[in-house]
Design a protein around this ligand. Structure first.
Ligand SMILES: [Zn+2]
Length: 277
């Protein structure tokens, strides 16, 4: 597979790790997410990156190098797919950057730590991921495999597509006219559409490369869906949505992903109009 040129490697540049040092709403969200995942947040204090103190740059293990290579390949593949689909719409796809970081990072949407999980920042059009997230995914969900790892990237790219297509702007405009719970419903739809777009990517990558085994799909998706993402984005936009982490949404996520995967048809992905999510 082709490797993307759009990866910014900022690993080892984060300085001291600030584990739960920030306090505030981000920490609260994180603790809720971890509690839902059944993780004792104190575990992170023991296994967190660089353990505090501005020590030497992190050593990159062969395992992390392999993950970085996988991420770069998946990003390259999403570029191929979305470039083609945007061309078919008569538009031009602007490829997003992906930032690999360790410990903490400064994004266009504010400061983030590894515990935030992967996220997309609409302001700078970049995806951010600390590869230690994949360790968490694997430990918690017993090696869900390559596909779950690729899905994480494809979902964040899905948010980028929403940004390019004006969906995020539409959300912002609607916000002042809606109650908080109505708005939360909308943000669930935003998440489901990102899953649909991830499914669209999977459809075309499967068509071109035949790398996905059908049995992988549900297991990988369930694992990925149990993990909240986009917390930074939610803080930035002022919506904190426990809905997208609650029981039951996993089913919806699988369904919308599957719809994208099976149809490959962008027109099927209007989660905002659909009655039955
Ligand atoms: Zn998301």
């Amino acid at each position: 597979m082709r490797r993307s040129d759009n990866v910014e490697d900022r690993r080892g540049m984060g300085g001291r790790a600030m584990i739960f040092g920030g306090g505030g709403i981000g920490t609260i969200i994180l603790i809720i997410i971890l509690a839902l995942m059944g993780v004792d947040p104190r575990q992170l204090l023991q296994s967190g990156p660089s353990g505090g103190g501005g020590g030497p740059p992190a050593q990159v293990s062969p395992e992390d190098q392999e993950l970085a290579d996988m991420v770069t390949a998946v990003l390259g593949d999403t570029e191929d797919v979305w470039n083609q689909l945007f061309r078919q719409m008569g538009r031009e796809y602007q490829e997003p950057k992906l930032v690999l970081f360790s410990g903490q990072v400064q994004s266009g949407c504010g400061f983030a730590s590894a515990q935030t999980g992967p996220f997309y920042c609409p302001a700078d059009q970049k995806l951010y991921i600390d590869l230690s997230f994949y360790r968490l995914l694997r430990q918690r969900f017993k090696a869900p495999g390559d596909f779950a790892q690729a899905y994480v990237i494809a979902h964040e790219v899905g948010h980028h597509v929403q940004n390019l297509l004006g969906t995020m702007e539409m959300m912002q405009r609607a916000r002042s006219q809606l109650s908080e719970s109505e708005y939360n419903q909308l943000s669930v739809r935003l998440e489901l559409q990102a899953d649909f777009y991830a499914g669209i990517w999977a459809h075309y990558t499967q068509k071109h490369r035949n790398t996905i085994e059908s049995g992988d799909l549900e297991e990988a998706l369930r694992a990925a869906s149990a993990i909240g993402d986009d917390n930074i984005q939610k803080q930035q936009q002022g919506y904190v949505v426990p809905d997208s982490f609650t029981h039951g949404t996993g089913e919806q996520r699988v369904r919308w992903f599957r719809k994208g995967y099976e149809t490959g048809d962008l027109r099927q992905g209007d989660t905002f109009k659909s009655d039955g999510l």
